[in-house]
Every structure is written in structure tokens, then in C-alpha cells.
Write a protein that binds this ligand. Structure first.
Ligand code: SF4
Length: 244
């Protein structure tokens, strides 16, 4: 996809969702980190169901260590791989207390040194908790980047590097959310809603699906993060608030 088309691509996604947010529930950087660790191979909805009651009383590594691994397992037993994840959460909580004063570090290297935290999780925490313009490539972003021609590559790291290179700076802080939500609700794996896709004319996917499934909600309105808003001007000019 050419630079002008990429800018237009994000301009349209930004108009549809001016303030995109993660769909994981969290209260602070620590609970965000825990939620992202728990979300591996699980849905955000499933994670939120388990973490709602948990985070209401446990929102620091100190409280998590005091809770103990056995009780944590009871809280998250509806989430896949919960035994391994509980062990990782307890271990990373102890490290945060021992090494980082009970705080979530802002450095990638320190984040990736924590149990259960890989590059993708670190990217989510850096972006959502600290506002860094990182892009965590999950299955949705990998699919959208390759289908559209936005950042074609064979591996998640390759897609991340290509997105990093191709996305204009002003769109980077929110690019992660826009791409995930577009992949989750519009450019779905089995039946992409190409017929009503906002970026259809920019997309290079040769197998566009012309008719959206009748049972689904309207595209770009399906996300619970989408809120009614007043009309606003397109953010094309230099000096946009999204400039990074
Ligand atoms: S046109 Fe279809 S394949 Fe392309 S981004 Fe939209 S939904 Fe995905």
C-alpha cells in the first residue's frame, strides 16, 4: 500500500473510532499487565469476567502475593492455561516488588524479563499504560496487515517492523487499537465484511467478501468502545494531536 493510501486508511479508521481503547478491563499499569498475561490464547471478554472481581480487591503486586497462588487460581480457573498463568502472575509480582519497587517498568527489556511476558505483551503495556507508539501484533493485526497490503510479512515480528516503518507518526499511538478492532469486528478471519468495509477501496485483498453476514452488527459500530460523537474535522493537517 502506498504512503498516501496508508494515511487515508488510518484517517478513516480514526474517524470511525476517534478514541480507541483496549477492551481488556484494568485499573492501573499492574492490573493491565496481569490482564494481558492472562489474555494469551483467551478472549478479552473471558478475561474480563474473571478479573472483574479479582481486580476489585487485588490491584498491586503486594496484594497479589498476599492473596497467594491457590486463591488466584480459583479466580481465573475459567481462563485457559490458568495454572501456568497463575504461576507466572505470582512470579512476576514478586519480581516487581523485589526489583522495581512494586511498579511496572517502562523499559521493554525489563518487561520482557518478567515471567509470561513476551514482546507482544510488552508492546501492549508500553502502548496502553505508558502511551508509547508500539504495535503489538496479534492474530487480528497480522491478518489485517497482510490482507490489506498495509504491512505484508510472514512473521508477527516482520509485520511489526513493517508497520513501524509504514505508519505515519501521527497515527502510531492508536494504530494498535484501530487495527485490532478492525480485525476483530470487520476484517474477520472467516467472513470479512468487505461489502461495508470503510477501507475497501484501499485494500489489496483479492478475495473480498461482498456480502456481510446478516446476523452481525453493522461494521465500525460493533465495538463496545465506539461511542456516539459529534461530527469532527478530518485529521489530515500537520500538527494533529495524534502526531507522535
Ligand atoms: S475490504 Fe475486506 S479484506 Fe480488505 S480490510 Fe476490508 S474487510 Fe478486510
Amino acid at each position: 500500500m502506498k504512503p498516501k493510501a496508508i494515511d487515508e486508511f488510518f484517517c478513516r479508521l480514526a474517524e470511525a473510532r476517534p478514541e480507541p481503547r483496549t477492551e481488556l478491563s484494568y485499573r492501573n499499569p499492574y492490573t493491565l499487565l496481569v490482564a494481558v498475561v492472562l489474555s494469551a490464547q483467551a478472549t478479552d471478554v473471558g478475561v474480563n469476567k474473571a478479573t472483574g472481581p479479582l481486580f476489585a480487591v487485588i490491584d498491586t503486586p503486594e496484594k497479589m502475593v498476599a492473596l497467594g497462588e491457590e486463591k488466584l487460581r480459583e479466580h481465573i480457573r475459567t481462563i485457559g492455561l490458568y495454572r501456568t498463568k497463575a504461576a507466572n502472575v505470582m512470579a512476576l509480582s514478586r519480581i516487581l516488588i523485589a526489583t522495581h519497587g512494586g511498579k511496572v517498568p517502562r523499559e521493554r527489556e525489563a518487561l520482557e524479563a518478567l515471567p509470561g511476558v513476551g514482546r507482544k505483551t510488552a508492546n501492549v503495556v508500553l502502548n496502553v499504560a505508558f502511551g508509547e507508539p508500539t504495535i503489538a501484533v496479534d492474530t487480528h493485526i497480522f491478518r489485517v496487515a497482510n490482507r490489506t497490503g498495509l504491512a505484508p510479512a510472514k512473521t508477527p515480528l516482520g509485520v511489526e517492523m513493517a508497520l513501524e516503518q509504514n505508519i505515519p507518526a501521527r497515527w502510531k499511538p492508536n494504530a494498535h487499537h484501530w487495527l485490532i478492532l478492525h480485525g476483530r469486528y470487520v476484517c474477520t478471519a472467516r467472513a470479512p465484511r468487505c461489502g461495508t468495509c470503510l477501507v475497501k477501496d484501499l485494500c489489496a485483498y483479492p478475495e473480498k467478501n461482498p456480502t456481510p453476514p446478516a446476523s452481525r452488527k453493522a461494521p465500525e459500530a460493533a465495538s463496545p468502545t465506539t461511542k456516539p460523537r459529534a461530527p469532527r474535522r478530518r485529521q489530515r493537517a500537520a500538527g494533529s494531536p495524534l502526531d507522535g
